[in-house]
Ligand binder design. Structure first.
Ligand SMILES: [Zn+2]
Length: 168
């Protein structure tokens, strides 16, 4: 398991999501992310924001608290999307090992905010944002999939971009 701090290596950016100061991932996962980055044009960068977050840590406790508040708010905002709560607010493997990561996109030096309101971004806004950056989003997803990453089945979580490393 590797511990990464805010950095840029071979085009891949690393920016831990607040309040985390570092990201833990498997060495093999980092290598495959670098492979995925190498398939992309220079103006398009992957930005790693989350990896392994042990359940019994201060960060794990913080994420659980945020999740609980988030679920309450999400249920209020989107009463018809109850069936998505698990997919969106589950730990999605981040508490298991360093093979579950969240990635963002940087296009021409600017981070693409596909979810400007996080998971609370209304689906219609999500569609609009994705349509605006469709080419970049599709390229990134293809290159990640090509390198052994599986994208999350939930559309909102997939924009996070949550993926699981599952080499075939
Ligand atoms: Zn995730």
């Amino acid at each position: 398991m590797l511990t990464l701090h805010r950095d840029s290596r071979h085009g891949l950016r690393i920016a831990p999501r607040w309040p985390s100061r570092h990201i833990q991932i498997d060495a093999e996962v980092l290598q495959r992310l670098l492979d995925a980055q190498a398939l992309l044009p220079a103006e398009l960068r992957l930005l790693l924001t989350r990896g392994f977050e042990p359940r019994h840590s201060r960060l794990g406790g913080f994420r659980r608290l945020v999740r609980r508040l988030g679920i309450t708010l999400f249920r209020t905002c989107y009463p018809q999307r109850h069936d998505e709560v698990d997919a969106i607010f589950g730990a999605n493997g981040h508490d298991i090992d360093g093979r579950h990561i969240d990635v963002s996109l940087v296009l021409h030096g600017k981070r693409l905010r596909l979810l400007p309101l996080g998971v609370f971004t209304p689906p219609r806004w999500q569609d609009r944002r994705v349509a605006r950056h469709a080419e970049a989003v599709v390229r990134v997803k293809h290159s990640l999939q090509h390198c052994g990453f599986e994208l999350h089945h939930n559309p909102t979580e997939a924009l996070q971009i949550h993926c699981d490393y599952r080499p075939r």
